[in-house]
Design a binder for this molecule. Structure first.
Ligand code: ZN
Length: 355
C-alpha cells in the first residue's frame, strides 16, 4: 500500500511469469492512470501482456468465460478496477486451468487457478484479499459466489491515487459496501477473535470518513483511509463470509439494478434494528460493540448518518419485496447470520427499508 506501490515493487510481478492477461472495465482504468502504470511496470520488467477490457458491472458468466478464452499463453492475470473486474479475473484464472462447461460454474469447486494480481480502484469490495468471486446468476435470478482458496490474489497493490477522481456516488456506495462487510462480519457465525479486531478497525476508519465523503472530493488522506478500511473489510469476509444483508442486497441489485453497496446500505439500518431486538431477548450485545466502533450512541444515529449519504430511497412495490424475501431466504448467507432471520423477518427488514 502507498504511493506508486506498483512500480516500486515491480520485482514481485516478475516472479509470476512472462505474460499477463490484464482484466479491466471499458473506461476507468485508462482514465485513472492504473492501466498506464501497469503497462509501464510490465514493460520495465520485460513482460508482455494482452488486454481484456470488457468487464461490465455485476459481471456475467459469459464475461468470465470470454476473459478465460484469452488466457492462452498467459502466466498470470492482473485485475484493475472495482469488484467486477477482480471477480471476473478470478473466475477466468480458474477456468484457464480447469476448463468446464458454463452451466457447471456455480457447482464446481476449483482447486487451482493462474496467479492473480489485484489493483483495486475503488474502496469497497475488498475482493483483492478474498477467495470469492461474485457473478450474476441468471438461472437463479440473483448474484452467486464462486469461492475457493485458489482465488486469493497473490499480490494486491493499494494506491489511493487511482481513486482521486472517483465520482461522489461511487465513493459513497463503495464505502458503505466496505462498512457492510465489516458489520456483517461481526454478526456472522464464523466471526472470531481474528476477524473482530479487523472489523472494528474497519468500521472505525469508515465512520471517521462519513463527514468527508458526504461532501464533494474527500482528498487523499480520506481516500487512503477508505482503501485501507475496505481491504480490512475484505479480510473480515474472507474469514467470516457475509450474512442476510448481502443476501437481500443481491435481490435489489439483480431486479432493481441498485448498486451493490447502496443496496446493502439501504438495508443496514433496519437489519441492525432487527438484530438488536433479538439480542435484547438473548442477552448479547454485538450491536453495542458495532456502535462503539462507529462512535455513535444509537442505531437511530447510525440510520441518520446513512440517510445523509444515501439520499432519497427508491420505490419498490410490496409484491416485489415478498419475492425478494423469498429468494434471499434461500441464500446460504442466511445460515451464516448469528441471529438467523426467518423469511418474515427478512420481509419486515425489506418493508422498513422501503417505507
Ligand atoms: Zn459487498
Amino acid at each position: 500500500m502507498g504511493d506508486d506501490c506498483l512500480s516500486g515493487n515491480r520485482g514481485l510481478l516478475n516472479e509470476l511469469g512472462k505474460k499477463a492477461l490484464i482484466v479491466t472495465g471499458r473506461h476507468s482504468a485508462k482514465q485513472n492512470g492504473a492501466l498506464g502504470d501497469l503497462v509501464k511496470t510490465l514493460e520495465a520488467n520485460g513482460q508482455s501482456y494482452c488486454l481484456f477490457d470488457k468487464v461490465m458491472s455485476n459481471p456475467t458468466v459469459d464475461c468470465a468465460f470470454e476473459a478465460a478464452d484469452l488466457c492462452g499463453g498467459c502466466d498470470f492475470l492482473v485485475a484493475i478496477g472495482g469488484g467486477s473486474p477482480m471477480d471476473a479475473a478470478k473466475v477466468a484464472a480458474a477456468l484457464a486451468v480447469n476448463p468446464i462447461a458454463k452451466p457447471a460454474i456455480f457447482s464446481t469447486t476449483f482447486t487451482s487457478a493462474l496467479p492473480i494480481v489485484a489493483i483495486p480502484t475503488t474502496a469497497g469490495t475488498g475482493s483483492e484479499v478474498t477467495p470469492n468471486a461474485i457473478l450474476t446468476n441468471d438461472a437463479a435470478q440473483t448474484k452467486t459466489s464462486v469461492a475457493s482458496p485458489a482465488l486469493f490474489p497473490r499480490f494486491a497493490f493499494l494506491d489511493a491515487k487511482y481513486m482521486s477522481s472517483l465520482p461522489q456516488v461511487v465513493t459513497v456506495n463503495t464505502a458503505i459496501d466496505a462498512l457492510s462487510h465489516a458489520v456483517e462480519g461481526m454478526l456472522a457465525v464464523r466471526s472470531s477473535v481474528i476477524s473482530d479486531p479487523l472489523a472494528k478497525a474497519s468500521i472505525r476508519a469508515i465512520a471517521e470518513c462519513f463527514g468527508p465523503i458526504a461532501g464533494n472530493n474527500p482528498g487523499k488522506e480520506v481516500r487512503q483511509k477508505l482503501l485501507w478500511a475496505s481491504t480490512l473489510g475484505g479480510m473480515v469476509i474472507a474469514n467470516t463470509g457475509t450474512t442476510a444483508v448481502h443476501a437481500m442486497g443481491y435481490q435489489l441489485t439483480y431486479h432493481k439494478h441498485i448498486d451493490h453497496g447502496r443496496a446493502n446500505g439501504l438495508l443496514l439500518g433496519a437489519y441492525l434494528r432487527f438484530v438488536a431486538e433479538k439480542e435484547k431477548a438473548q442477552g448479547t450485545n454485538r450491536i453495542g460493540e458495532i456502535l462503539a466502533a462507529l462512535d455513535l450512541g444509537s442505531l437511530e444515529d447510525f440510520s441518520a448518518r446513512l440517510d445523509i449519504l444515501l439520499g432519497p430511497r427508491e420505490k419498490v412495490d410490496a409484491a416485489a419485496l415478498e419475492g425478494y424475501a423469498e429468494k434471499a431466504f434461500q441464500a446460504k448467507n442466511i445460515a451464516n447470520s448469528t441471529i438467523k432471520p426467518e423469511k418474515a423477518d427478512l420481509l419486515a427488514v425489506l418493508q422498513q427499508s422501503f417505507r
